[in-house]
Ligand binder design. Structure first.
Ligand code: ATP
Ligand code: MG
Length: 237
């Protein structure tokens, strides 16, 4: 299993947000208090798809990494002609979901063709027993009439202080507990992308753990009894 998969969020408490209001919205959806179709938009790597998956995991009572294939990706799924499979899946989900409600995630919804978006509008206007959670980097490419049918929430890139606790948790799980000051130094040039966060932490763990010493962690990484000073992204820790 990759480092990224090992440390992907497992509960809603593992997600990180810049804006507490956005976090509350995600929590409301995860608790089933909000069900309107949702568009999460914002910069690359701000955690939109992870938040979408976590809502569905919580509503369906399934672990994040064992979710059935309920995600469509507008960038990849270019051969899609209609949403008939999603309608069938909603019927099935309503029967088996502990939530009694169906959920579909559409990542990169701006890359669905205008025709597909028109058909999606028909689905979300007529069938009110399911919630579509969409993500996009390009809200401006979605027509106003489409956005008006959804709750639209901007997910901004987190800052260092927003991810500090999460980074500490990951390092602790790897057997490399770090002081808040060391985490701050590790993330000195952090640009906000959560992909970069996880890559930097992986780099730190790799460099901090020579193969000669330590025990193997659940992720396959070597755990050392103490963390040495290392340099990552040009910064000494
Ligand atoms: N809280 C977190 N803890 C650990 N890893 C995370 C966390 N949030 C996101 N990630 C990881 O960071 C990566 C990017 O997150 P995600 O896909 O949610 O971002 P995104 O906003 O959807 O990006 P894009 O705009 O490129 O689609 C993913 O590999 C995800 O597993
Ligand atoms: Mg995404």
């Amino acid at each position: 299993m990759t480092f990224r998969n090992t440390h992907q969020p497992k509960s809603i408490n593992d997600l990180v947000f810049k804006d507490p209001n956005v976090e509350q919205t995600i929590r409301d959806y995860a608790a089933g208090k909000a069900t309107k179709h949702l568009i999460l938009h914002g910069p690359i790597g701000s955690g939109k798809s992870s938040a979408a998956k976590m809502i569905v995991a919580e509503r369906c009572g399934q672990p994040f990494d064992e979710l059935p294939n309920i995600t469509v990706n507008g960038r990849i799924d270019k051969d899609r002609k209609d949403w008939a499979d999603i309608e069938r899946d909603w019927d099935l989900q309503r029967m088996v979901n502990s939530a009694g409600r169906a959920y579909t995630i559409i990542d990169e919804v701006d890359e669905c063709s205008p025709k597909l978006r028109g058909q999606l509008d028909a689905l979300i206007e007529t069938d009110r027993k399911g919630t579509v959670i969409m993500t996009t980097n390009n809200l401006h490419d979605l027509p106003d009439w489409f956005c008006d049918r959804c709750a639209v929430v901007r997910v901004d890139l987190p800052g260092i202080s927003d991810i500090e606790q999460r980074v500490q948790d990951i390092l602790r799980a790897e057997g490399l507990p770090c002081s808040p000051a060391a985490v701050q130094t590790l993330l000195t040039n952090f640009n906000g992308s959560l992909r970069q966060m996880i890559d930097w932490v992986e780099g730190y763990v790799r460099h901090a753990a020579p193969p000669s010493v330590g025990i193997v962690a659940s992720s396959g990484r070597i755990i050392r009894p103490s963390s040495p000073k290392v340099s990552i992204n040009g910064t000494s820790i």
